[in-house]
Design a protein around this ligand. Structure first.
Ligand code: PHE
Length: 348
């Protein structure tokens, strides 16, 4: 190969040179410009060249040498930019850096599951305002004017205070049920999930804001047995086929008769643990037959229709599923807490 051809070949090689590591850059430099490097060898060969060719070939050769130096510098600087330090190979087999993905809040997961269970048996979902008037939160629900639940101790008033003109943060989503009954004729089968507010001192076991899902079923001949069957279905769908429920007499102004619903403890199976305080039962909600006075207040004839209602706290249900020891953890937005709830541990 003539000298000019060898120069041309090296020019192409220099132009195309690439390197993945600092070591490879150094290898390239040595192979071109080292003591036995290809460019260095051409300078030796140049000594034999005839005098008349020297000028032109000398120029080409010097250009090649400069190009090789420039290439080495360029390769080194890309190494520095990419943060590849001397000797550290770029590991093409390393796992890719993944983008963190978000997840749903545990209370959202539990609320969605509750809604799903009731949707499957024909309940629609209704929503209403969080700032509510006295009529919808209390009056139409049969709360006497001097009922303690209207007291400033429990209710956050927005304006007007206690009385028919008062506006307050709703203390339960029964207010939504009143709105649904006012606007429709039975059959009504609906649940109302949402935030509610009560003036409680914040502690591990209580918060001034929590979530409820309340349910309402009004039609001809709705009975207490329907209520019990519906709640039994809910408990088994949510916690498994082995759980049982029991109803204890209770009191709510808007239901008659009223009951508290207990479920056999889903954690110890009823044998007694610290969650059920050794009793084998945990309270999960309140319920009852809609008081005829409430139906009348909502323009539904209680001689034709009857209904049942129930209401549960989502945090309470979540507690039995996730066993979070302190309610406040739900609202602190600590990523180490929230990141643990990527999949809902529910039965399908
Ligand atoms: N509204 C009641 C509460 O907030 C729950 C409830 C709803 C009880 C419907 C009976 C019937 O505690």
């Amino acid at each position: 190969m003539s000298l000019i051809d060898r120069i041309a070949a090296l020019e192409t090689e220099v132009e195309k040179a690439s390197a993945r590591t600092a070591d490879e850059v150094e290898q390239f430099r040595v192979s071109m410009l080292g003591r036995n490097g290809a460019v260095t060898e051409l300078f030796d060969a140049f000594k034999q060249v005839a005098a008349e060719e020297k000028r032109i070939l000398g120029q080409r050769l010097n250009q090649l040498k400069q190009a090789a130096h420039a290439r080495v510098d360029a390769l080194r600087s890309t190494m520095e930019q990419d943060g590849v330090t001397e000797g550290a190979a770029l590991d093409l087999s390393a796992p890719a850096l993944t983008e963190p993905t978000g997840s749903l809040h545990p209370i959202t997961l539990v609320r969605q599951r509750i809604v799903e269970v009731f949707s499957r048996i024909g309940f629609t979902v209704s929503q209403g305002p969080e700032v509510e008037d006295d009529l919808h939160n209390f009056g139409a629900l049969n709360f006497p004017p001097d009922h303690p639940a209207r007291d400033m101790q429990d209710t956050f008033f927005v304006s007007g205070g206690i009385g028919p003109d008062g506006m307050a943060l709703r203390t339960h989503t029964s207010s939504v049920q009143v709105r649904v009954m006012e606007g429709s004729t039975p059959p009504i089968r609906t649940i109302s999930p949402g935030r509610v507010y009560r003036n409680e001192a914040i502690s591990a076991r209580a918060h001034c804001m929590f979530h409820q899902v309340e349910g309402l079923y009004v039609d001809k001949d709705v009975s207490f047995a329907d209520l019990k069957g519906t709640l039994d279905h809910f408990a088994k769908s949510m916690f498994g086929p082995d759980v049982r429920i029991r109803l204890r007499p209770s009191y709510f102004p808007f239901t008659e008769p009223s009951a508290e619903v207990d479920m056999s403890c889903s954690i110890c199976g009823g044998s007694g643990c610290n969650i059920c305080k050794g009793s084998g039962w945990v309270e999960i909600m309140g319920c009852g037959m809609v008081d005829p006075a409430v139906l009348t207040n909502c323009d539904i004839d209680p001689t034709v229709y009857s209904g049942f209602a129930f209401g549960m706290g989502v945090e309470r249900i979540a507690q039995l599923i996730y066993r979070v020891p302190d309610l406040r953890m739900y609202w602190e937005n600590d990523m180490r807490f929230l990141e643990q709830f990527t999949a809902a541990p529910f039965r399908k």
